[in-house]
Design a protein around this ligand. Structure first.
Ligand code: PEP
Length: 253
């Protein structure tokens, strides 16, 4: 049985004080932590503040960065290493988000290098995959996604797969208000799990959480979460409001 995970991606929306205010509001919401795991991914500047607030109040909530460098250390101005992320108190990094792929032209090869850099440094990884609208319309959604999964996890040792979560986020559903139907999402999630099974064996594949992302809201979360292979959600817009995010977290209460 995979425990659901609801993860908020705050993107580049909040400064440090606003991040501190949002986490404080979130922590005031009543949540049954035995039923669901939770995480938030603030910007780099707010990671330590958010992680400190969570840990000092004794909560077990994951804190994730939204990106990392493939490099370990050195003359790479503007980059942030996996070790630096860990030193803030964060435990996770989101890799391969569609905005990184589309705007910053991150390739599957770079994304794989980031996944491996994170795992080498003991950071957990949320690997994002998803097809564009053109790819869906050309009926190559599944092929695209499975290729991204295979490339993203290339060379990853199966012993490290307990630190990996996959987020299936159809690009056309991110921030657009459009969601894949639960049946369409489940079909892709099931094929991702079958692919993981081919790569790492069924025991590992059955333990990996596969999140859905793309305009997840309180009114569509339950239908998605009822599906066998949908183990949680990666949430953008709706994670920026504590009450709304709280409703998502408490989807089964
Ligand atoms: C995301 O960016 O990962 C995302 C799912 O965004 P939204 O929930 O706003 O569609």
């Amino acid at each position: 049985m995979r425990k659901p995970l609801i993860y908020g991606n705050w993107k580049m929306n909040l400064n440090m004080q606003e991040s501190a205010d949002l986490i404080a509001s979130m922590l005031s919401i009543k949540i049954d932590y035995t039923k669901v795991d939770i995480g938030v991914a603030p910007d780099f500047c707010s990671l330590a503040k958010v992680a400190d607030t969570i840990r000092s109040m004794g909560y077990d909530i994951s804190v994730g960065a939204q990106n990392i460098s493939v490099e370990e250390k050195g003359a790479f101005t503007g980059e942030v290493s996996a070790d630096m992320v860990l030193s803030t108190g964060a435990d996770t990094v989101i890799v391969g988000h569609s905005e990184r792929r589309a705007i910053y032209k991150e390739t599957n090869k770079e994304i794989n290098a980031k996944v491996r850099a994170a795992l080498r440094n003991n950071l957990k990884v949320i690997l994002c995959v998803g097809e564009s609208l053109e790819e869906r319309e050309a009926s190559v959604a599944k092929d695209t996604v499975l290729y991204q999964v295979g490339m993203g996890l290339h060379g990853v040792n199966m012993d490290r797969m307990n630190k990996v979560t996959i987020a299936y986020e159809p690009v056309w559903a991110i921030g657009t208000g459009k969601t894949a139907t639960p049946a369409d999402a489940e079909e892709i999630h099931a094929s991702i799990r079958a692919h993981l099974s081919k790569m790492f064996g069924p025991v590992v594949a059955n333990k990996v959480r596969i999140l859905y992302g793309g305009s997840v809201k309180p009114d569509n979360v339950s239908a998605l979460m009822m599906r066998e292979n949908i183990d949680g959600a990666l949430v953008g817009g709706a994670s920026l409001d504590a009450t709304t995010f709280g409703k998502l977290i408490n989807f089964n209460s």
